[in-house]
Design a protein around this ligand. Structure first.
Ligand code: PEP
Length: 253
């Protein structure tokens, strides 16, 4: 799959099973498979079976969990493990999204444990890293990304590292309407690739950009060759808007 662009939709706490079915009823006829790209969906856990059923037979479209617990099963009321998500239809899982870190107090160490459980369950992880506005203003961007990645990737075998897809999501750009410029994102993506390689991972890890991506700016962002795709929140909730975004004309990687 390397070389294919990834358009990833993070629905956050929106679209239950009925909403998800309605979304795919509108989206699937509007989007024919394209050889150069994949479309990934992260619906709420309760909508995973509906999403998985809707995309059945579309090898270019995948669905995954927005978060997982690090244990396989047990007395963890309210939690969903990677194994359970897989059983519900997930082949992917987000890990370390800034809302998990900021709103729910997820630490680098928790994200690292979750990443291991996602790999153990055979799912593809999409690991999110990124700095806050204060950290950027204090020139801490690279240090923060380095710390988040360092903890998450420590001790993973090269074969596991090769399965990890990354997302650079500056916290100040998420849901704010203020996206990073292609150059700002590109610079951090290069750094992330260098760090991944330094940990023994692939020379060119796949790195998506996330933060206020929409129809109006997606082409400009993807013109930057350091971006292997985008992770989109708000603009992924409307089937027509999302269909327009995933059909953006982009120079092949
Ligand atoms: C996200 O939730 O990962 C995200 C990037 O959100 P938005 O596109 O709404 O900024």
């Amino acid at each position: 799959v390397t070389g294919r662009l990834i358009f990833a939709a993070n629905w956050k706490m929106h679209l239950g099973p009925d909403g998800a079915r309605r979304f795919f009823d509108a989206f699937l006829p509007a989007y024919a498979p394209r050889a150069d790209r994949e479309v990934w969906f992260f619906p709420p856990a309760v909508s995973l079976p509906a999403a998985a059923a809707a995309i059945h037979g579309r090898a270019d479209i995948r669905a995954g969990a927005q978060d997982v617990h690090w244990e396989r099963s047990g007395a963890f009321t309210g939690e969903v493990s990677a194994e359970l998500a897989r059983e519900a239809g997930a082949t992917l899982a987000l890990v370390g999204h800034s809302e998990r870190r900021q709103v729910f107090g997820e630490t680098d160490d928790m994200a690292a444990r979750k990443l291991r459980s996602i790999l153990a369950a055979g799912l593809t992880p999409l690991l999110c890293v990124g700095e806050t506005l204060a950290e950027r203003q204090n020139s801490q961007t690279i240090a923060v990304v380095q710390r988040q990645l360092g903890v998450a990737l420590a001790g993973l075998e090269p074969s596991a590292l090769g399965r990890v897809v990354l997302a650079y999501e500056p916290v100040w750009a998420i849901g704010t309407g203020h996206n990073a410029t292609p150059a700002e994102a590109g610079q951090v993506h290069r750094e992330i690739r260098t760090l991944m390689a330094a940990h023994g991972g692939p020379g060119r890890a796949r790195v998506l950009y996330g933060g206020s991506v929409r129809r109006a700016n997606v082409r400009e962002l993807l013109a930057e060759p350091e971006l292997d795709g985008v992770l989109v929140g708000g603009a992924s909730l409307d089937a027509a808007e999302w269909a327009a975004i995933v059909q953006s004309s982009v120079t092949p990687r």
